[in-house]
Design a protein around this ligand. Structure first.
Ligand SMILES: Cc1ncc(C[n+]2csc(CCOP(=O)(O)OP(=O)(O)O)c2C)c(N)n1
Ligand code: SF4
Length: 279
C-alpha cells in the first residue's frame, strides 16, 4: 500500500472567481480590483470557503458575487456592521469588506469611524472613484469641490473628505492606498492588509470611466509614497495632512491588538446562542 501523503493542491487566482460575468462598464477600474482580490487570496492560499466577502450597495459592492468565496451583498453603507458581527462570531474566517466612496464614506461614514476604533480583524477595501457611479454621477464625499457637472453645476464647493486621515485618527491599524491600474501592486497591498492583524483599511483609486472619464489620466498622476510605512501615528498624521491624494503605498502599520483577543473570542455555537436568547 502506498502511504504517501500528497501536498494540498495549489489554489490559483482563477479558483477564487465565480462563474458570473461582471456587468461593470468596459474599462471600469473595478475589474482590476477584482483581479487584485483573487490574486491576493491565491497568494495567501486561504480556501474560498474560509473567506467571506461582505459589501454594501454600489457598482463596487457587486464584488462578492464575482468571487467563489462566501459573500454578503448587504444594505447601502452597512457592510462594516455586518462584517464586524460576522468576524466576531466566526473569528476563523478571513473577512474582506468591499465598498465605494459613496457607500462607505457617506451613509456608511459612521460605521467607518467606529470600525477603525473597534479594530476587529477585517480588511476594508474602498474603491474610490470620487463619484456615485451606480446612481449615475452624483458628487460623493471624496468629489473635488470644483467638479462641474449637470447635477452640481459649478461644483459643490464642499471640501472633500480625507479617508486616510480619518482612518488613522479613528484608530485603524493599517492604512494604505493602492491604484487599480497596477493590478499586481493592488494584489500585494490587499494580501498585506489581510495579513496585518486588526482593522486594515486600503483605499483603492478605481476610475469610473463613465461618469468621470478624466480619471483615465490617474495612471499618470499616481506615484509611490516617498516615505516608508511607519508605526508612529503622529508621523503618519503629519505626513498624511500633506498628501496629494495620489501617493500609493502603506502609510501606517500599527501594532494595536485586534478585538476581540483570543481569550475573549466567543466559543459558543449558533445553536447555543439561539437557546440562550430564546423567548
Ligand atoms: C439607503 C439607501 N440610500 C441610497 C441608495 C441609492 N444608492 C445605491 S448605490 C448608491 C451610490 C453608490 O456609490 P458608491 O458607493 O460611490 O459606489 P460606486 O457605484 O461608485 O461603485 C446610492 C446612493 C440605496 N440603495 N440605499
Ligand atoms: S458607472 Fe462607473 S463605477 Fe459603475 S461600472 Fe460604470 S465605470 Fe464602473
Amino acid at each position: 500500500m502506498n502511504n504517501m501523503v500528497l501536498p494540498p493542491p495549489v489554489l490559483t487566482a482563477a479558483q477564487y472567481k465565480s462563474g458570473y460575468k461582471p456587468i461593470w462598464c468596459p474599462g471600469c477600474g473595478d475589474y482590476t480590483v477584482l483581479a487584485g482580490v483573487t490574486k491576493a487570496l491565491a497568494q495567501l492560499q486561504r480556501p474560498p470557503h474560509e473567506v467571506a466577502v461582505v459589501s454594501g450597495i454600489g457598482c463596487s459592492s457587486r464584488i462578492p458575487a464575482y468571487t467563489s468565496c462566501y459573500g454578503f451583498h448587504g444594505v447601502h453603507g452597512r457592510s462594516l456592521a455586518a462584517a464586524t458581527g460576522l468576524k466576531v462570531a466566526r473569528p476563523d474566517l478571513t473577512v474582506l469588506v468591499a465598498s465605494g466612496d459613496g457607500d462607505g464614506y457617506s451613509i456608511g461614514g459612521n460605521h467607518f469611524m467606529h470600525a477603525c476604533r473597534r479594530n476587529v480583524d477585517l480588511t476594508y477595501i474602498v474603491m474610490d472613484n470620487h463619484v456615485y457611479g451606480m446612481t449615475k454621477g452624483q458628487a460623493s464625499p471624496t468629489t473635488e469641490p470644483d467638479w462641474d457637472n449637470k447635477l452640481s453645476p459649478g461644483g459643490t464647493g464642499i471640501r472633500s473628505f480625507h479617508p486616510l486621515v480619518i482612518a488613522l485618527a479613528a484608530g485603524a491599524n493599517f492604512v494604505a492606498r493602492a491604484f487599480s491600474g497596477d493590478q499586481n501592486g493592488t494584489a500585494d497591498m490587499i494580501a498585506q492588509a489581510i495579513r496585518h492583524p486588526g482593522f486594515s483599511f486600503v483605499e483603492i483609486l478605481s476610475p469610473c470611466v463613465t461618469f468621470r472619464p478624466e480619471q483615465r489620466d490617474w495612471k499618470n498622476q499616481v506615484h509611490p509614497a516617498p516615505v516608508d510605512a511607519t508605526d508612529d501615528p503622529a508621523r503618519a498624521a503629519r505626513w498624511l495632512m500633506t498628501d496629494d491624494g495620489f501617493n500609493v503605498g502603506v502609510l501606517y502599520a500599527g501594532s494595536r491588538p485586534a478585538y476581540p483577543g483570543g481569550a475573549t473570542a466567543p466559543k459558543k455555537t449558533v445553536d447555543e446562542l439561539e437557546a440562550e436568547f430564546a423567548l
